[in-house]
Structures are given as structure tokens and as C-alpha cells.
Write a protein that binds this ligand. Structure first.
Ligand SMILES: [Zn+2]
Length: 63
């Protein structure tokens, strides 16, 4: 966990939805017996727009 308490949302730059994914590799970890996130790529996908999008970070108000 980062030391800062700052929390962010990643949203679609087109419609503002947080139903977004990005292209990444999942690497098999034999010890954990699970897929773990490996490299994360720049391609962003919005499930609401159903296409490629620019992902933007939005800082959440601390509460
Ligand atoms: Zn969108």
C-alpha cells in the first residue's frame, strides 16, 4: 500500500464511467496458484463506450 492516503478513481476520458479496463499481462504464479498482474499497458478500454478510450485519474475526496 502507498504511504499516502490519497485514493484515486480511474475513469473513461470520454463518458466518465469507471467501468474501465486496461490491457495487461497476467502471469501465472506457481507458488500462489493464481494469476498475478504483470505488465500493464497503455491501452484503455471503456465498457460503457465499448471501445478504446483515454483513461484519466480522478483524485477522490478523503473522508
Ligand atoms: Zn466511456
Amino acid at each position: 500500500m502507498p504511504e499516502t492516503s490519497k485514493r484515486i478513481a480511474i475513469v473513461c476520458g470520454t463518458c466518465g464511467s469507471d467501468e474501465v479496463s486496461r490491457d495487461a499481462w497476467a502471469n501465472w504464479d506457481t507458488r500462489k496458484q493464481d494469476w498475478v498482474l504483470g505488465a500493464v499497458f497503455d491501452y484503455g478500454h471503456c465498457h460503457r463506450c465499448d471501445g478504446e478510450t483515454r483513461l484519466i485519474e480522478v483524485e477522490l475526496a478523503s473522508s
